[in-house]
Design a protein around this ligand. Structure first.
Ligand code: 5AD
Ligand code: FES
Length: 362
């Protein structure tokens, strides 16, 4: 126990300290979780903010080896919500005082797509009298397009780097221009320069990934000065190329624990950022997201995609809540957050305190 409790009292951490934290088990792990929880309480309080997630299309140009909706998976029934279905979902979020929506979809870099998103941003702002915050999660785009969306009113952007180990990145993606690590990194820099609250994240427990890689991921978040992080366990999908490595993976419970440890360590490392409890946690443990909240996360993204389409946005297997309608999800979440000793920040944007502090400094 000695080593971990000593590390937890430090105010800065070496690579090897962080690696030790990721390796701890049993009582030491519980100590880490309780530290994550205390730091969270102190710097960002116990409020949990909702972002209503609209997975508006599973049509995707990309072919990532881990993802169930990759272009080459021909057994996916492709869908694209109509504008009015998306606006209805936003209205639902506003009426239920969710504070923000996240528009997420497979990647599409056509000009028609860019204009469609601009128009949707404008209309969501109008229908909510400016109340709803808008986060986008639609992949790599040109600087000009990111700018166009920011000017229309989007203020946060999520683009996971997936892993900062470039040779691992190459094993997870086809080797072509569409899947280029440096381009993805450039996008993150461009988003930040434009003024977005910028979010990234990684998958945890990927084949060939080491704890050392995960520590480098955490140090990257810190060095970049990221505002928001969403990271969750990698979960295999049988219709993807990566599935053949399923025997190399950590057992699912260990992947889950490692994900919670990553959240707790990140909270200790970056006190005032927003950390999402990823839905993938709940694919492993029915109380997964609540556990994420307990150890350091402060954001939940309830799925408000109309129920009919949910089964078709299967990035990984066992995705939770696919048979629920948005209204059922909301009732369920109220109870769940109370169980995790959290309070829901209804009607608030819940901006990243890190972002606000940095703006003041700048
Ligand atoms: N397991 C866990 N997360 C996944 N994602 C894609 N496929 C999987 C999977 N098999 C995550 C990626 C992507 C986000 C939208 O979903 O990190 O950025
Ligand atoms: Fe979706 Fe409970 S969170 S049904």
């Amino acid at each position: 126990m000695g080593a971990i409790s000593t590390i937890l009292e430090q105010s800065s951490f070496s690579h090897s300290d962080l690696e030790q934290l990721l390796m701890c088990e049993g009582n030491e792990m519980r100590l880490l979780f309780s530290k994550g929880s205390t730091v969270k309480e102190k710097f960002v309080g116990n409020k949990v903010y909702f972002r209503g997630l609209v997975e508006f299309s599973n049509v995707c140009d990309k072919d990532c080896y881990y993802c169930g909706i990759r272009r080459s998976n021909l057994s996916v029934r492709r869908y694209n919500l109509t504008d009015s279905e998306i606006l209805d979902a936003a209205l639902f979020a506003d009426e239920n005082r969710f504070g923000s929506v996240v528009l997420q979809a497979g990647e599409n870099s056509s000009p028609a797509f860019a204009d469609r998103i601009t128009n949707l941003i404008t209309r969501i702002k109008q229908l909510s009298d400016g109340r709803l915050g808008i986060t986008l999660s639609v992949g790599e785009q040109s600087d000009m397009v990111y700018r166009q969306w920011f000017e229309a009113g989007a203020h946060r952007y999520l683009l996971r780097i997936e892993t900062t180990n470039q040779s691992l990145y190459r094993k997870l993606h086809p080797d072509d221009q569409l899947h280029d690590f440096n381009r993805r990194m450039d996008c993150l820099h461009s988003l930040r320069a434009i003024g977005y609250q910028t979010g990234t994240g990684v998958m945890i427990g990927l084949p060939f990934q080491t704890n050392g890689d995960l520590v480098n991921d955490l140090l990257f978040f810190q060095e970049f000065g990221i505002d928001m992080v969403g990271m969750g366990p990698y979960i295999e999908h049988s219709e993807t190329p990566l599935h053949k490595f399923r025997h190399e993976l950590l057992p699912i419970q260990e992947r889950f624990d490692l994900s919670l440890k990553m959240i707790a360590v990140l909270r200790i490392l970056m006190n005032d950022i927003n950390i999402a409890a990823a839905t993938a946690l709940q694919a492993i443990d029915p109380l997964g997201r609540e556990k994420g909240i307990k150890v350091g996360a402060n954001i939940i993204m309830p799925n408000i995609t109309p129920g009919f389409y949910r089964n078709d946005y299967s990035l990984y297997e066992n995705k939770p809540c696919v048979d629920e309608e948005p209204a059922q999800c909301k009732g369920c979440l109220d109870a769940r957050i109370a169980l995790a000793d959290g309070e829901i920040g209804y009607g608030e944007w819940g901006d990243s305190i890190h972002f606000i502090n940095n703006k003041r400094k700048g």
